[in-house]
Each structure stands twice: as structure tokens, then as C-alpha cells.
Design a protein around this ligand. Structure first.
Ligand code: GCU
Length: 436
């Protein structure tokens, strides 16, 4: 069998598997395995795998399917928490949210508001800044995107009034970060990723928090950020199922939603959509899964640990991500390095945890590290639960050509180009938002 022939066969197996999604599906690939941590980009070398079912056949037949799904959903959420992202603390905390600044932005089209949230526990206090843009001329509360940013709120718009974060940042000349401190030079340097004008022109709001304000993106044995507020809940050898950084970021997004719901009258707190790119796209899915107050979730180029199926082990793998970013997931997840078939879960089930709320998975055609095809398969397989719940699944049947978007209750697009989030992506997210 030629390589071309083999991959076509694999492809048709995958698409028939997609229609049979709720029983576990067996996909055939080569038994060969890429060498340790050497990325594989060859479809023909995707290992043999069997995906865990979203619901088993007996559950699918249950008379009261909604109730049966509710039970199964809880079980899946527990497994993702214990085995992958890590559980969030359940002990009490206090939170206050104060407006610290407001004014006009985006050439007068947007109202800019900044809030400082202070979270306190017996172990200390921690502050997180939230930046919100809403249309200046809105006649009532608007639906709003909420997402984390990589280098500070001041990077999302060339706006002199935005507070510069005091938190640790990864050094970057392009983003104006020196000695791990953000500077004036960073203003607006990520604005191509945050098209505020496009969003407010469409009648929506957009809010953001710097991920490092919640938990700096570095491995420090979970000492800093919000981990410091809950020292009794740190991951350890005895407790390998506790929150890593992605789970901490998700928890922080839930706090930002608290603040929006309580203090931001211009936003409709029941129509806040969590969005994120890359590591922050992994976070968006986990946030939407853990906090059902979010009306929908959008994951842009989220890859391994996000929308991409772990078992395909193509591009970035579980072993590789756990080695390079040992703090993102909980310690339990490391058991699955080079051992994805032992995972009790896979990422199509994470997409399913959003159901029946709208969910959007997006990929970029040249972003092979994030495995676009694996991201599509998760969306397609995960969408089966939407159909079973009586709503619409993903309309696309096959992995599409670049620059194809299918926007609906379960959405997917493949943008032509590199790993990034840009106005083309946002244009489709705006369309998606209109169903809320
Ligand atoms: C790295 C990492 C990815 C991640 C990406 C990002 O490439 O391997 O998992 O998604 O960084 O967040 O930009």
C-alpha cells in the first residue's frame, strides 16, 4: 500500500468513525511509533488507537438521556480534573472588584473600563486586572468575549490609559518586556490579535485579563500567582491531581466572570463567551467545561492539551508538552507521556463537556504542531453529543480545505496560514456570537 493510499484509507475510517461517535471507535494507523519526543508529522505514522466513548451504548439508549448525560458529564469532568488539568480548590475566598479607570477608546467607538479584582484567603491577597471594551453606543447590555492575553492588558490596544501589569512576564523584545517586567514599549504590540474596533462595530464587547496576573507562566512548583492563596491545595507527590497552571488560569477566568456579572452593567453576564489562542485556547475549553456560566467557548489553535486528540500523537505530544511545560497540567498527566492509550479520556470528550452550549474549534493550515486534523476530529466526534441532546452538531463531515469555516452550534474552521489569531478568525467568532 502506498503512503498516499494508506492515508486515504485512514481518512475514510476516520469519517465513518465520526458518524459512529458514541460507541468507542477504532482507528487504524501504523503500529510504528515516532521516536521519543521527535515530532511526527506523517499521518501514516499515527499509532493505532481506540478512543474512549463519550457515552457508552447503554447510556445512549437511556430513556431519559438528558439525565444519563448529566451523570456521565460529571464523571468526565472528574476524570479531566484528576488526570489532566488538576482540581480547583473548594475552600472559601473573598473577592472584591473595583473600577479603577474608564474612558473612550478605539477612536471613540468603544467604552474602555478597567477593574481591579482583589482575591483574599487566610494565606494572603492577590490582584488581577480586567480590561473591558464595549460599544460606546450600545442601547443595553451586550454579549461579550472574555479571553486571557499573553503579555499584559496594555499589549491588546495602543491606548495610553491601559494599566501596565506589575506581574512577571516572559522576556520579549517585541513585546517590550525586559528583566521580566512589562514596559511602555509593549503598548498595542498584540493588537492584531484583539481587533477591538471590529468587535464593537459588530455590537459586542471584548474583555481580557493577563494570564500572568492569575498565575505567571513559569514552573516554580506552584508557589506564585493564585496558587499562593491556597497553599493547602498545591499539587504534590501525595496530591498529583491538583491544579496546574491551566486550571489556575481557568479559575481566574471564572473570577473575571464574577466581576463582569457583578460590576459591568454594559455586559450581559449570561452571554459571556470564553475565547483563547494556543495555551490560552486549551484554557478556554477547560474554563467552559468547569464553569457552565460561560455561554460558549472558542478555542483557537489550541493543539495538544486543547482540542487535538492526544492519542494521535502527531505534532506536539503529551510527553513533549509535559516535559517542556511541566507546570501546565497536574502531575498525574505525566503518567501518559508516550502512553496516550492509557488515558481514560481524550479531547473529543472535552469538547462534549461544553454541550449543549455553542462551541467553536479553530485551526490554521500550517500549524501542524497543533494537529489541525486532530482538532477537527475532536469537534466532529464531540458534536455527536449535541445531536443526541437534540441540538445541531458540526455540519462539516470531512476535514476541510484551508479557508473553510462552518459556523453553527458546533463550529470549526481551518484558516489558511500560521499559528496565530487574527481578524479572519475573529470575523467568524463574531458570526458565531450572533446565535447567543
Ligand atoms: C508552544 C506549546 C503549545 C502552545 C503554544 C502557545 O508551542 O508547545 O502547546 O499551544 O506554545 O501557547 O503559543
Amino acid at each position: 500500500m502506498t503512503r498516499h493510499h494508506r492515508s486515504e484509507t485512514t481518512r475514510s475510517l476516520i469519517s465513518s468513525a465520526a458518524t459512529l461517535a458514541f460507541t468507542g471507535c477504532i482507528l487504524i494507523g501504523s503500529p510504528l511509533r515516532a521516536q521519543k519526543f521527535e515530532p511526527n508529522y506523517d499521518e501514516a505514522l499515527v499509532p493505532k488507537y481506540e478512543l474512549p466513548p463519550i457515552v457508552d451504548a447503554a447510556t445512549a439508549e437511556e430513556h431519559d438521556f438528558n439525565a444519563a448525560w448529566g451523570k456521565r458529564r460529571k464523571e468526565l469532568l472528574r476524570l479531566f480534573g484528576e488526570q489532566m488539568y488538576g482540581s480547583q480548590p473548594t475552600t472559601s475566598f473573598q473577592v472584591s472588584c473595583q473600577k479603577i479607570e474608564s474612558g473612550k477608546s478605539a477612536g471613540g467607538k468603544a467604552l474602555r473600563q478597567q477593574f481591579r479584582q482583589t482575591i483574599s484567603t487566610d494565606s494572603g491577597e492577590h490582584s488581577i486586572d480586567l480590561l473591558v471594551f464595549t460599544p460606546q453606543d450600545a442601547s443595553g447590555p451586550v454579549p461579550c468575549f472574555l479571553g486571557l492575553n499573553f503579555y499584559g492588558n496594555h499589549t491588546v490596544a495602543p491606548d495610553q490609559e491601559i494599566e501596565i501589569t506589575q506581574s512577571w512576564c516572559r522576556n520579549s523584545e517585541d513585546k517590550g518586556v525586559k528583566d521580566n517586567r512589562a514596559t511602555e514599549a509593549g503598548r498595542g504590540t498584540s493588537s492584531s490579535r484583539w481587533p477591538v474596533e471590529l468587535i464593537v462595530d459588530a455590537g459586542f464587547g471584548v474583555a481580557t485579563v493577563y494570564c500572568g496576573d492569575i498565575d505567571p507562566d513559569r514552573h516554580d512548583e506552584f508557589q506564585d500567582g493564585v496558587h499562593a492563596l491556597f497553599p493547602e491545595h498545591r499539587p504534590s507527590q501525595e496530591h498529583p491531581d491538583r491544579w496546574g497552571t491551566i486550571s489556575a488560569w481557568a479559575w481566574g477566568l471564572s473570577r473575571a466572570l464574577d466581576c463582569i456579572q457583578q460590576e459591568v452593567a454594559e455586559v450581559d453576564g449570561n452571554r459571556v463567551v470564553v475565547v483563547g489562542h494556543s495555551r490560552l485556547g486549551k484554557t478556554a475549553l477547560w474554563t467552559g467545561a468547569t464553569d457552565t456560566r460561560f455561554a460558549a467557548a472558542i478555542s483557537n489553535d489550541s493543539g495538544c492539551g486543547g482540542a487535538a486528540l492526544s492519542r494521535r500523537a502527531i505534532g506536539e505530544t503529551v510527553g513533549r508538552i509535559n516535559t517542556v511545560f511541566p507546570h501546565w497540567f497536574c502531575p498525574n498527566f505525566k503518567q501518559y507521556n508516550e502512553n496516550e492509550n492509557a488515558l481514560p479520556i481524550d479531547q473529543h470528550q472535552l469538547v462534549a463537556l461544553l454541550a449543549p452550549r455553542p462551541v467553536y474549534v479553530a485551526s490554521a493550515s500550517e500549524d501542524l504542531w497543533a494537529d489541525p486534523r486532530g482538532e477537527f476530529l475532536s469537534a466532529k466526534l464531540g458534536s455527536s453529543i449535541y445531536v443526541q441532546l437534540g441540538t445541531m452538531g458540526l455540519a462539516l463531515e470531512e476535514f476541510p480545505q484551508p479557508d473553510t469555516a462552518s459556523v453553527g452550534r458546533v463550529s470549526y474552521h481551518l484558516r489558511k496560514g500560521k499559528h496565530d489569531i487574527n481578524a479572519w478568525d475573529w470575523g467568524h467568532y463574531i458570526e458565531f456570537m450572533k446565535q447567543l
